[in-house]
Every structure is written in structure tokens, then in C-alpha cells.
Design a binder for this molecule. Structure first.
Ligand code: SAM
Length: 281
């Protein structure tokens, strides 16, 4: 097991540290390269999509894809042999060929990981289109290093709300009382903004993960005490959820204003005493 002190001795003084959670400001490729090999149990992340958000400088598509290959190769090196990588990706325009091409079509095999499964995240609200269908999903790609030996805690993520007909026989439940396998389509609302429709968990970060999605990934693909990582941590959703669920976590971001949001979310959660008390499923 890698503890916070091993990360600190590899990366130096963090931007912020509390209770096994470390945040570093800097470029993720440099920070990943400094982490010890095979030290991370789980990486969950959403990189910039190269679509001109306030936190990115768009590159030519080829250069963007090459950059993704570089940081993903570093994620592979730092992942334990039993570890996993969950990658959230959206869509990009491809000049002359496609309006909104799913990034998984361009990146699914851009790292040495073994591709285990695609999860469709159906997120509810979104922009409405006029000349095509209104987009309502993004994907999570689930990778492992070794397809014969990886963490999967199905009971921790069973969904009691998934109903099937004829579940009872002679008055007894035929299915697992914890619920059903949550399947590869997850209907979990995105973090919304705007008057009267802003999510309670919303921060000023423009691309925040919903805590419920990340909680399902962390519970399913890691165990308490594991070391988990988000190299593009933004508002710190992964580190917040890790803290509540008793995992150790490391987050990187180039921007200190985003890391400050992460710090304040973790500190609010600490003062509210929500560690290990979130039961969303
Ligand atoms: C899609 S957002 C991630 C949001 C995050 N999932 C959350 O819940 O808030 C991508 C983040 O990557 C950061 N970023 C962009 N380039 C980076 C780099 N080279 N190294 C580290 N972070 C970077 C941005 O500042 C931004 O916060």
C-alpha cells in the first residue's frame, strides 16, 4: 500500500493536504512522471476535451490526441497491476468529417490498458439541438491492467431501484436484496447551473463531475485504504468522494483557483462530518 508520505516524498510539498488527501498544482504529465510506478489503485478523470473551455488552449486535433496518449501512458505506468482507469470523454468536431465525434472513437486504444467496458452516462438535462438530436450522454471507458485480476465490488454498487418482473417466488425475493447490477447505462443528473435549476453541489467550476457518478466508480473499483488519483481534478470531486469513502487520494490541476474550490469542498465536508455517511445508492 502506498501512503500519503510516499506521494509527498516523490512529489514534494503539496498545495494542500488533509487526512490522506493531497492536492498538487502543476502540469499532470510532470506530476505523473514523478509518481512512483505502480503506486495507484484507481484513476478516475475527465481531461479537457479541446473544445475551447476556459481551462484549455485548443490544439490541432492530432496534437491533442498525441497529448492524450502521453498523459495516459503515464497513468498506465503509475497504476498497480490490479488497478483500473476510468476515463470520461465527450465529443469533438473533426474538420470536414464530423460535427460531434465521440472522443472514445478516437482514443479508446491510445494507451496500453486493457479496455474492459464502456458505460453510457445518461445525464438528463442539456442543450437542445434543432437540426439533430439533443445530446444527453457522455461515456466512461473502464480500463484495467490485468483483465484476470482487478477490483470489482458489485455488492457495493447494486441498485435497489432497478426492478424486474416476477422477482418474488413463494413470497420470497428471488433477486439479491441489495439490488440489481447497475448495468452499463447510468442515469444520473449532471451538475447544472442557472436560476431555479442549479444543482446543490454546484461550484464555479464549469465542468464538475456529479458526486453520485464518482461515488459509484470509487465504490465499485477500489477498496477503503486504496490510493486513487485524478490528474485533472478541477473542483476536486474525486478527492471529496475519496475522503468520504475512506480512500487516500491525489489530485492535480494547473489552476490554483480550482484547487481552492476543491479545498473548500473537502473542508465543508469535514465540518459537516459526512465521512463514510453518503449512501446514494
Ligand atoms: C474537465 S475539467 C475536470 C473537472 C473535474 N472532473 C471536477 O469534478 O471538477 C479538466 C481540468 O483539467 C485542468 N487541466 C487542464 N490542463 C491540465 C494539465 N496539463 N495538467 C493538469 N490539469 C490540467 C483544468 O484546469 C480543469 O480543471
Amino acid at each position: 500500500m502506498t501512503d500519503a508520505s510516499a506521494v509527498r516524498s516523490a512529489l514534494g510539498e503539496p498545495y494542500y493536504e488533509t487526512d490522506g488527501i493531497l492536492l498538487y498544482q502543476g502540469d499532470c504529465i510532470d506530476l505523473l512522471a514523478a509518481l512512483p510506478d505502480e503506486s495507484i489503485d484507481l484513476t478516475v478523470t475527465s481531461p479537457p476535451y479541446n473544445i475551447g473551455k476556459e481551462y484549455e488552449r485548443p490544439l490541432a486535433l492530432e496534437d491533442y490526441l498525441e497529448w492524450c496518449g502521453k498523459w495516459m501512458a503515464e497513468v498506465y505506468s503509475v497504476t498497480r497491476t490490479t488497478g483500473a482507469f476510468w476515463l470520461n470523454l465527450g465529443y469533438v468536431p473533426v474538420e470536414g468529417r464530423g460535427k460531434a465525434v465521440p472522443l472514445p472513437y478516437l482514443l479508446w486504444n491510445a494507451s496500453p490498458f486493457f479496455f474492459l467496458q464502456e458505460v453510457v452516462w445518461h445525464y438528463g438535462a442539456g442543450v437542445s439541438a434543432r437540426r439533430s438530436l439533443s445530446p444527453r450522454n457522455e461515456k466512461f471507458l473502464w480500463y484495467v491492467k490485468d483483465p484476470s485480476n482487478y477490483t470489482f465490488n458489485l455488492d457495493a454498487i447494486r441498485d435497489p431501484n432497478v426492478k424486474y418482473p416476477n422477482q418474488k417466488k413463494n413470497g420470497k425475493l428471488k433477486c439479491n436484496p441489495l439490488g440489481k447490477n447497475p448495468t452499463d447505462v447510468w442515469s444520473i443528473p449532471k451538475v447544472t447551473s442557472g436560476r431555479n435549476r442549479s444543482s446543490t453541489e454546484r461550484t464555479p467550476h464549469p465542468a464538475q463531475f456529479p458526486e453520485a457518478v464518482i461515488e459509484r466508480v470509487v465504490k465499485g473499483s477500489s477498496n477503503p485504504g486504496d490510493l486513487i488519483l485524478d490528474p485533472f481534478v478541477g473542483s476536486g470531486t474525486l478527492t471529496l468522494v475519496a475522503h468520504r469513502l475512506d480512500r487516500l487520494a491525489v489530485g492535480f490541476d494547473v489552476r490554483s483557483d480550482y484547487l481552492d474550490i476543491a479545498v473548500s469542498r473537502i473542508e465543508q465536508s469535514q465540518s459537516a462530518g459526512t465521512k463514510l455517511s453518503l449512501e446514494l445508492f
